[in-house]
Each structure stands twice: as structure tokens, then as C-alpha cells.
Design a protein around this ligand. Sequence first.
Ligand code: ATP
Ligand code: MG
Length: 407
Amino acid sequence: MRIYKVGGAVRDRLLGKPVTDIDWVVVGATTEEMLAKGFRPVGADFPVFLHPKSGEEYALARTERKSGRGYGGFTFHASPEVTLEEDLIRRDLTINAMAEDDQQNLTDPYHGQRDLEARLLRHVSPAFAEDPLRVLRVARFAARYAALGFTVAPETLELMRQLSESGELEALTPERSWKEISRALMEDQPQVFIEVLRACGALKVLMPEVDALFGVPQPPAHHPEIDTGAHTLSVLQQAALHKQPLTVRWACLLHDLGKGLTPEEEWPRHIAHEFKGLKLIKAVNERFKAPRDCQELAMLVSEYHTHGHRALELKPSTLLELLQSFDVYRRPQRFEEFIAACEMDARGREGLEQRSYPQADYLRGAATAARTVAVQPLLEKGFKGPELGEAIKRERLKALKAYKENT
Ligand code: ATP
Ligand code: MG
């Protein structure tokens, strides 16, 4: 048997990037031989094994054929006769279809190295179209390598467009899609992921609610960039620049969905978009089965982000309602993430990226003021049940009034 390093490890070494996980391909071996060497099988009908010591993935060289709709519709053929070239041709991009032996000799039948130099994300063969997930993968790699100057080859983008129009994207499971979406959002230029999806028509299929934001104007006084789609991309970019977690990035992407529902005659104003967006966000959340913390934050940020921006003008009672809505007493982290999303929203505006956002510290101070109200003295006064709740609220309101007067 011959063993090669493949995929991302080869690509990233040639790019001079750190290599985190290594994938291996094994040519000329049978399952029985792998098991005899102590490799542990990953799945029952999948020719992939884990190394007994390193835990890295070793896959038997295989060919794939599409046999139906969706990802279940694949048949694998792994046997000792499958060559390295045959295994590499089933891969998505030429830059992901290179292999390397232990002497660092490169096997590169589909010119991945040439495309690395040309900074092109190019599909290996027409079989690319057999797995619609590749549309998301290419968009994700575009986001990851945008800073290095990579773009999607025109003929690959065309193939992605055909895939998007074919209805195949709908066959993706929420789990597979979310894995790509969440990884793409965590890249340094997540906005490129959305741009590429939009350029090939996939955004319209996957997230029509986001796609609808392009071409929707906002008031130039608050939004010099005017276009709501352009604004959304900038907010996402700011979130990445400020190293925000996935929850915040997801909320940033979805925070203005309501603006896509505004009747044209109301443009460029967007009355109550904070609420109108909620049912759209719920639909997107459920479509991809986003994790609960992502779902929650996206909903809360849509509903309350304009409160965040007006923090310094809010009445103490409104501030209190805001803090209660976030259950800031038990979930301080979530409120921090809300503040971050608001700040990214404010910075995601053309020419205003560097402007300070005093609302952030003001909101933090308000949360601290409300949280320092002690419950014990109220218990000692004999309050219990609903009366205790009311008493706590009164004390918190008092604290917020004092806070507002003193800041
Ligand atoms: P990363 O740095 O994100 O891990 P990677 O290229 O290693 O990038 P993996 O998802 O680990 O990506 O997959 C390893 C290799 O398997 C890829 O480089 C590619 O050759 C191939 N591959 C993975 N998923 C697909 C797919 N859906 N279609 C075609 N080839 C794929
Ligand atoms: Mg990998």
C-alpha cells in the first residue's frame, strides 16, 4: 500500500499556511489490511479509518458515482485497483486535488499548483456538479483565501450557477449546509462567502431573505452606503475584523432582514423592521437548524438593535425592559454579544467604521447597575412570590435612574 497526504494539508503547505488537520489517502489496500494494521473504521459503509496513534483520517482511494438526489444518492467504489489519479478527480477544486508522498513528491494531475499560482478556485471535472455542497465549499474557500487574491474561475462560477438553478441545493441537509455556513462565517472575510453565493444565484435559493436586501435603499443620512445588502456585508466584515464569535456573526447577517419586507413606497425608511424581520429570521434559523444560541441572539438583535443605538436616550424604564428581555442577570454573556452586534452594525456603514460607539459602555454600565441590586434585603423585608419580583424591579429601576443621572 502507498500512503499520500491529500487535500488541505498539501494546499496549505504550498501556500505557506499553517496546516492543522491532515487527510491521508491510501492506495492499493483493502479494508482487511487496514484493520490488521490497527486502523479504526469511521463508518460502516465508508472506506475511512482513523490512525491508531495520531487519530488522523486515512481514506482508501475511491471513486464516486451519483446515483440519485441529495447526498444519500452516492455510491462509493473503493478497491486496491483504484489509482491515485482516479481518487483525486472526484475532489472539488484543483487546489484540493493534489497529493504528496513522504518525500514531498507532488502528484498534481489536474494542475492545482498552476491554479494556486493563478489564485484560482477551479473545479476538477464536470463531476463537480454531482454534489451541491460544493457550491458552499467553493464560496467558503473564496472567503478564506480572498486576502491572498483568490477568485472563483468563471467556468466554475457558471457550473455553480447551473447547480443553483437546478433545484439540487434544496436537497442539502440542514446539517451539511450549516457546517459550511458556520465555518465560512468564521473566516476572515465572511462577506465574500455571501458575495460568491449571490454571484452564482445560490443565495436566492439558500437565504432568499438575505438576497432580498440587495437593491433596498436606506436613508443616506444614517447609511452613506445606502444599499441594505451592502450594509449587511459590511457589518459581517466588521464582525470578522473584531474577531466576534459565531453567534454575533450570525446575528449580524440577519439583523436587518425586516428591511426586505418594507413596501417600496415607504423606502428609504423601514418602519418596524426590527419586528417584521423576526418571522424571516425564525425561518432561516430553522432551515439550517442553527444552534440555539445563534438562533436566540439573531432574534434578539433584530428586535432590539435600534434600542442599542439609542441607548443614551432611553428612559430608565425602557432600559430596564431591555435588560429584562435579555435576562441579563442570568445571561450576562448574551447581553455582551448583543452589544457587540449593535456596535458592528454601527461600524458597518461607509465611512463610519472608526467612529466611537459610546452606547456599548453605557449599556454595560446599565447592566451592572441593574445587576448590583441585592435580593437579600428584600427577602428580609418579607417580600415573596410576585411581590418580590415587583420589589426587585422597582429597586432596579431606581438604580437605573441613578445611573442615568450620574453618567
Ligand atoms: P480545511 O482546511 O477546511 O480542512 P480541506 O480541503 O482539508 O480544507 P476537508 O473538508 O478536510 O477540506 O476535505 C479534505 C479534502 O477532501 C478536500 O481537500 C477535498 O479534496 C475533498 N473533499 C471534501 N469534501 C468534498 C466534497 N464535498 N466534494 C469533493 N471533494 C471533497
Ligand atoms: Mg481538512
